[in-house]
Design a protein around this ligand. Structure first.
Ligand code: HEM
Length: 411
């Protein structure tokens, strides 16, 4: 049954409601009846694959929330989240060309395939180590015991943060993660805590930058420092970028590993295939990025009127690109509601697209592939305690808060 525009205009509010967190997908299907719908709060929601892909490529739409008539939704987008409140550019995820491209290029140069693939063995060791710590348990929380600690340790190692300083990064990453999120309301107390974390991380990073200036090493920080200098960029920009790398890859990777474990437990036949055929993990991870992705939507602002799919989105409008809905669009994918790692056509939107396509995608793939294949091999008779598990409130960076699993042991 098709809905009226009035009904359509209320669906996004229901998606944001925590009550929908465990399964927002039926609501996405309702939104797709109209590719672009104006919501009651004035946001334009784009829910179909073709239109999302078109807008990701459209230079008339901006990632810079300072160009919006509304107050920037995400704290980091405002440029206010800097050590001791000194204003600076927002991180490049919230910038447009040409500035975005310049800063992004400096980072891409450092994410070489050799450096990322070179992390694989190390990630194997880390995952095994985290599981060894639970060896005698009958229960494991995939979030607390594995998915949460892993990405921070990996990015710290890659950047060149000394091991003994890592616990502080876990705290900072958790506090700063919410600053990238457009949909997250933030209280005064949280704001204070987040600025405090930005200040602390800034001070710490400054010390590390100084150390690498004196004595460069074979780590990503030394590489970034050299390329920033060569490009005539100051240390403030480098600091903002390093914080972005820490934060953008944190909760996203946590959620992909957790969503992945959850989906495999709900599809025991695929888990069994994965045990017998370890290489299947590459396809499992790609299908997860389509089927249950960590980033459900991203927001943009229109720089001019944009006519698309029979609607004109007016200049200055807030636009939500519903990536997770596009990846389940039946006009684009065969049998999209089915989790099928063997599907041949899987150009999902899980890492976004076009100029803002995820810089950390190769690293996130390595981490999740390793984590899921080791879980499949080592957990004995895993079964879920509660299904659905409890979810965190966040609608755009969506994932379980805990995933408790009963096991007969760990191999
Ligand atoms: C951008 C998803 C892991 C760094 C993005 C975007 C998505 C995404 C959807 C596009 C944002 C937009 O268009 O506004 C994910 C997912 C991950 C993941 C699902 C894990 C499963 C990582 C990791 C890092 C990282 C591990 C770094 C270590 C970035 C950066 C950008 C970005 C720097 C901004 C790119 C730009 O604006 O040019 N990510 N990400 N991400 N991601 Fe990731």
């Amino acid at each position: 049954m098709t809905q009226t525009a009035t009904e359509q205009g209320k669906v996004f509010a229901r998606i944001l409601d925590p009550a929908s967190r465990a399964n927002p997908y039926p609501l996405y299907a309702r939104l797709r009846e109209t590719p672009i719908s104006r919501q009651d709060d004035g946001t334009y929601v784009v829910s179909t694959y073709q239109e999302i892909a078109a807008l990701l490529h459209d230079p008339r739409i901006s990632s810079d929330e300072r160009k919006s008539s509304k107050e920037a939704g995400a704290l980091a987008a405002s440029g206010k989240l800097t050590p001791a409140g000194q204003p600076s550019n927002p991180p490049f995820i919230f910038l447009d060309p040409p500035e975005h491209d310049r800063l992004r290029r400096l980072v891409i140069q450092q994410f070489t395939p050799e450096r990322v693939e070179g992390m694989r063995e190390h990630v194997v060791e880390l995952v095994n180590h985290l599981l060894d710590a639970k060896k005698n348990s009958q229960q494991i929380d995939i979030v607390d015991d594995l998915a949460y600690p892993l990405p921070v340790t990996v990015i710290c190692d890659m950047l060149g943060v000394p091991r003994e300083d890592e616990p502080r990064f876990h705290k900072w990453a958790t506090l700063l993660a919410r600053s990238l999120d457009p949909a997250q309301g933030i209280s005064e107390a949280e704001l204070k805590q987040t600025i405090q974390a930005a200040t602390e991380i800034g001070e710490y990073m400054n010390g590390l930058i100084e150390a690498r200036q004196k004595e460069p090493r074979d780590d990503m920080l030394s590489g970034l420092l050299a390329s920033y200098r060569q490009a005539g960029r100051g240390e403030r920009d480098l600091l903002v970028t390093m914080t972005l790398l820490l934060v953008a890859g944190h909760e996203t990777t946590v959620n992909l590993i957790t969503n992945g474990t959850l989906t495999l437990l709900r599809h025991p036949e695929v888990l069994e295939q994965l045990r017998r055929e370890p290489d299947l993990v590459i396809r499992v991870v790609e299908e997860l990025l389509r089927f249950d992705p960590p980033v459900q939507f991203r927001t943009r602002t229109t720089l001019t009127d944009i006519p698309i799919a029979g609607v004109t989105i007016p200049k200055g409008a807030a636009v939500a690109l519903l990536l997770a809905s596009g990846s389940r669009d039946p006009r684009r994918f065969t049998d999209p509601e089915r989790f099928d790692p063997r599907r041949s056509d899987n150009e999902h939107l899980g890492f976004g697209g076009a100029i803002h396509y995820c810089v950390g995608a190769p690293l996130a793939r390595v981490e999740t592939q390793v984590a899921l294949s080791i879980l499949a091999q080592r957990l004995l008779n895993p079964r879920m305690e509660v299904d659905p598990p409890p979810y965190r409130e966040n609608a755009s960076l969506r994932g379980p808060e805990h995933l408790l699993i009963r096991i007969d042991g760990i191999r």
